[in-house]
Design a protein around this ligand. Structure first.
Ligand code: SAH
Length: 213
């Protein structure tokens, strides 16, 4: 459980990194990050503004980066959102407070199972969690109003661009996985795509195919 002091520090870190959208701040106040960091070595760091290890050698992102990505995505209450890289489920849980429906895809079966159980326990019923290679997107539910990729690709994946509706926004970290990457906001317009570079980030790589566990 969060203590009042942890909560205050957590919210302060978000604001001081530029997360100012009241809807995003409210969503992040409501979703307890401690639930997504497994009991153990790192559970007392749940409310620190840092990425933390989760199962399958993956990470739960830094809260201020989650906040800035969510803010850049500018999600509306009627939006259908696609997330690639469920990981702990934390980002999807925040999106579930802002969107009509969230589809989230993860290549590690174990992470899919754990996230599903957690969403159930937390009564987050507008999230569909799927096991698969998210770099192909989810053609059967396309087009999406918003797409968020929480693993770094060398370029925004073509299938995801194709599944973004006109006027839609995609946020994706771009660059080599062992170097600093740029968070890019892609907006689909009537005649193509607009690209804005937002900030330097560091994510695990977007990999093809399924994970071993
Ligand atoms: N959004 C997560 C952070 C995820 S870390 C959270 O809030 O906790 C990135 C995740 O992307 C990892 O779990 C990794 O397994 C997953 N991933 C990497 N490539 C993928 C792909 N092609 N399809 C689906 N998931 C992928």
């Amino acid at each position: 459980m969060t203590t009042a002091e942890n909560q205050m520090r957590f919210m302060f870190a978000l604001r001081s990194h530029g997360v100012t959208d009241p809807r995003v701040l409210t969503a992040m106040e409501q979703i307890d990050r401690g639930e997504f960091v497994k009991e153990g070595l790192f559970s007392d760091r749940s409310y620190d503004d840092m990425p933390l290890p989760i199962a399958c050698g993956q990470t739960i992102s830094q809260p201020s980066v989650v906040g800035l990505m969510t803010q850049a995505l500018n999600v509306g209450p009627r939006d259908k959102v696609l997330e690639i890289g469920t990981g702990s489920g934390y980002q999807a849980a925040i999106l579930s407070q802002l969107a009509r429906r969230v589809y989230t895809i993860e290549r590690h079966k174990r992470l899919v199972q754990e996230a599903k159980e957690l969403f159930q326990r937390l009564d987050l019923h507008n999230i569909t969690t799927l096991h698969g290679d998210g770099s192909r997107g989810l053609p059967e539910q396309a087009p999406f109003d918003r797409i968020i990729v929480t693993a770094a690709a060398e370029d925004p994946p073509g299938p995801l661009l194709a599944q973004l509706r006109e006027g839609g926004i995609m946020v994706v970290p771009v660059g080599q996985s062992d170097a600093v990457q740029s968070l890019i906001k892609v907006t689909r317009t009537a005649d193509g795509f607009e690209y804005d570079e937002l900030l330097a980030v560091r994510f695990v790589p977007l990999l093809e195919g399924l994970g071993r566990d």
